[in-house]
Design a protein around this ligand. Structure first.
Ligand code: GDP
Ligand code: GDP
Length: 434
């Protein structure tokens, strides 16, 4: 479980430049397969062996040049609530502004670690100008240049130093299901429908860990932890239907889960905001179940379900092996099915295929359809094994792994899915030198 670090600050100070520099090594900004730009403001990285997630809060504001001050304050408050540490970026070119002072005032009230990054210190001369940021009352600052990278190493050293050590989650045995989706998708209603009566809540362990929103359920014959992003601890002050809020909330819930129940509103379809949450879960290698909620409101004829499902699968290509269930939190239609499916996906994600079985099934398939020769060289795959990771990952050992292209990787992935059943679970296939 990694920590979450939020980058805050007013527009144009260089938040996204810094974000890109810190993430660059690890994340493809534009997905080459579908050509779709997935959310560019969230990514994982590591420094000195400490992994953390980074959120560029500024990235979620449209037309950020004339952003209202109030809006920034809300983002900062949410960052304080949801993140484990905060990077406050300011700009040496403009010096301290009134807006910086407002943000600093909010940040002085939190116990969470706050690091001030004075950006655009591209040369030694500007170093001297940075001194004025002491006046923000947030202590030591770090002079950096997002553009040329200077100072960012020191900043990261300090950052990983202050990140809280995450204690491992209790109840590791129990499946952890996160109910995610944009505002008004019906998350609270779904959870309420699920709970029915309070007696199904085994323990309310909220409060045992600082930010835990977990509740343990024993329902329909299954015991599981529900990681909640709505309802139970909904904060009145943040109700706006803004993508930023739902993504920020989702990040934590998704990272703390095994399987994500992604609720979408059937009357609105599978929109950009839903897709961003889907890719967040996929990128974190979590199990996914798509729940098309409010199905009671949809005019149906014989083809409706098929068409709806098809339109979703088209969007989530190439990861289409995902359960899609049509539910109504209002009438409780298929909510049992939703949990049952989540349990199945959980089991798929924890599945272990023995090496002998894997080779017995996969080697003949590979022999029949080997990777295409490259520059006249034949590629041979001799052996494969599942890696001992929490999510399904497979290594295939070859003489020339570097010549195996993505289409073949997908072919192998599809065969694994076909033969072993990984419905709802992202899997990784690696080709390695034997
Ligand atoms: P954001 O609105 O806070 O995300 O800011 P951006 O990352 O979009 O940067 C705003 C502007 O500042 C852009 O024109 C960047 O090229 C510029 N900028 C960002 N970092 C630096 C830096 O380290 N030095 C200089 N000179 N310019 C920078
Ligand atoms: P959340 O923001 O995702 O927690 O969404 P809520 O649970 O607060 O639901 C938003 C609105 O949608 C409320 O007015 C609910 O009554 C309504 N709603 C939720 N689920 C359903 C459903 O299955 N059918 C219908 N007709 N309305 C629903």
């Amino acid at each position: 479980m990694s920590n979450i670090v939020a980058i805050v600050g007013r527009p144009n100070v260089g938040k996204s430049t810094l974000f890109n520099r810190l993430i660059q090594r690890r994340e493809a900004i534009v997905d080459a397969v579908s050509g779709v730009t997935r959310d560019r403001h969230y990514g994982k990285t590591d420094w000195n062996g400490r992994e953390f997630s980074l959120i560029d809060t500024g990235g979620y504001v449209v037309g950020s040049d004339d952003i209202f001050e109030q809006e920034i304050d809300k983002q900062v408050e949410l960052a304080i609530d949801e993140a484990d540490a905060i990077l406050f970026v300011v700009d040496v070119e403009t010096g301290v502004t009134g807006m910086d002072e407002d943000v600093a005032q909010l940040l002085r009230q939190t116990d969470k670690p706050v690091l001030v990054a004075v950006n655009k210190v591209d040369n030694g001369q500007r170093e001297a100008d940075a001194v004025e940021f002491y006046s923000l009352g947030l202590g030591e600052y770090y002079s950096i240049s997002g553009i040329n990278g200077s100072g960012t190493g020191e900043l990261l050293d300090a950052l990983v130093e202050v990140l809280p050590e995450k204690e491992e989650v209790e109840d590791v045995e129990l499946p952890r299901f996160a109910v995610v989706g944009r505002p008004n998708a019906g998350k609270s209603s779904f959870i309420n429908a699920l709970i029915g009566e309070d007696r199904y809540i085994v323990t309310d362990i909220a409060g045992t860990t600082r930010d835990s929103n977990d509740t343990r359920y024993n329902r329909f014959g299954f015991e599981f932890n529900l990681v909640d992003t709505a309802g139970i601890r909904r904060k009145a002050k943040v109700k706006e239907d803004l993508e930023f809020y739902s993504v920020m909330r989702s990040v934590r819930a998704i990272e703390h889960s095994d399987v994500c129940l992604l609720l979408i509103d059937a009357t609105r379809g599978f929109e950009g905001q839903d897709q961003n949450i889907f890719w967040l879960a996929e990128r974190n290698r979590k199990g996914i179940v798509i729940l098309v909620n409010k199905w009671d409101l949809v005019e149906k004829d014989t083809g409706t379900v098929k068409e709806f499902e098809k339109s979703i699968r088209k969007i989530i290509e190439p990861f289409t092996d995902v359960p899609v269930i049509f539910i109504s939190a209002l009438t409780k239609q298929r909510i049992f099915k939703a949990i049952e499916t989540a349990v199945e996906v959980y089991q798929n994600r924890s599945k272990r295929i023995s090496t002998s079985k894997l080779n017995e099934v996969m080697l003949p398939i590979i022999e029949q359809t080997p990777p295409p020769a490259n520059k006249g060289k034949y590629i041979k795959i001799k052996f494969c094994t599942q890696l001992p990771t929490p999510m399904p990952q497979f290594a295939f050992f070859a003489n020339l792994p570097q010549y195996i292209k993505d289409p073949y990787r997908r072919f192998v992935e599809n065969k694994l899915r076909e033969h072993f059943g990984f419905h709802g679970v992202p899997i990784d296939v690696f080709f390695r030198k034997k």
